[in-house]
Design a protein around this ligand. Sequence first.
Ligand SMILES: [Zn+2]
Length: 258
Amino acid sequence: MAVSGPEYERFGGNTTCFYAEVEPNHFLVVDAGTGLRQLQHRITDRNVPLRFSLFLTHYHWDHIQGMPMFSPLYSPENRVDIWGPPLEGRDPEETLCTVMCRPWWPVALIDVPAQLRIRPLEDCVDVGPVRVTHAELNHPGGVVGYRLEGNHTVVIATDQECGDAEADERLVKLAHRADVLIYDGQYTPEERRGPRRGWGHSDWEGAVRISHAAKVGRLVLTSHDPDRTDDQVTAIRAAARMGFPVVDAAHEGMRIPL
Ligand SMILES: [Zn+2]
């Protein structure tokens, strides 16, 4: 859930969206949470055709909710390519078109003016100079994590419950020697081992363990629990820093220099 209020000013705000401008006016985007609108705010002054290569990790609301109000979809000169994993027996086009249509939204996704293509995820997709690969991780209904590899490497695993040996192994391999691992730190260790077991999210302990195993350079905790205040996220980050040298907690508008 997007959150606002004085207790959430440092780490609160929108739901998941990451982007990189991989070529002039070509944006590689991972997930389309409400943060997608922050991207659109940053490019409103560009009066040229824009291109977006959007990769979805899965289709839970917090990862797609920014899409209906993403203004570049409503300009015919823009090109938007969407890739996502087939999950729950549906391909991504069917899944997305099922939720972005009347009566849930006045404009159906298939009718937006932009040049739109929605495709099932391929093993390897080249987006300008960046190669995108993925691995299936552990989350109810399925999810993938992405490896974005160019001159530097960033791995994004927003929703993954650690503790499944095979999924952990796939993630360690995906994140091997990445400069940055952006990883699910939603719960405390007590929550993950207790009442939240099976809910599909990790904690800072799992994040630290996987970061060491994959030999990543920097860990960024994300997918904060929406009920977690700024002070509580700060405490989680401090705990993680005891176990791994470079740890940040993702926040609204965060920039990651590479
Ligand atoms: Zn999810």
